[in-house]
Ligand binder design. Structure first.
Ligand code: ZN
Length: 143
């Protein structure tokens, strides 16, 4: 999560909301890829931290399935990212702050653990939540 927080801070430089993500290898020892919000920087509405991180991890592994991998992100995934995470077949999603307004991993929806889906990654929430939330609060206060 510390790495994801570092990544989140990079988003601010491009004028983006500070959200950062990291994909860990199945044995948890290797960082396969990182990503931070780049919507403003790239003008791409889908350039959320999680989507960028899983795309890079898949490119590095040479296949779309991220079976066994863990995605760590500073903010609860939105519906788009929750869907992308299910599609990527990651085994675990770890997030920091809850997103009561748009979260799709337990807050507003629970897309990731929807029993109607075949693949349901494990969800761990609240890791370093105060730090993750503080970054966001600080960012929006400065706007
Ligand atoms: Zn998202």
């Amino acid at each position: 999560m510390r790495l994801a927080l570092d990544e989140a801070e990079r988003a601010v430089r491009g004028g983006d909301v500070p959200v950062g993500a990291v994909v860990l290898s199945p044995d948890g020892t290797t960082v396969l890829a990182t990503g931070h919000n780049e919507r403003e920087a790239t003008g791409d509405p889908t350039a959320h931290a999680e989507v960028l991180a899983i795309r890079r991890a898949a490119a590095r592994l040479g296949e779309w399935r991220l079976t066994g991998c863990t995605l760590v992100v500073t903010l609860e995934p939105c519906t788009m990212c929750a869907g992308a995470l299910v599609q990527s077949r990651v085994d675990r999603v770890v997030y920091g702050a809850r997103d009561e307004k748009a979260g799709a991993a337990g807050s507003l929806w629970d897309v990731i653990r929807d029993r109607r889906l075949n693949h349901r990654p494990e969800v761990v929430e609240g890791v370093l939540a105060p730090e993750c939330a503080a970054l966001l609060t600080e960012f929006f206060r400065d706007r």
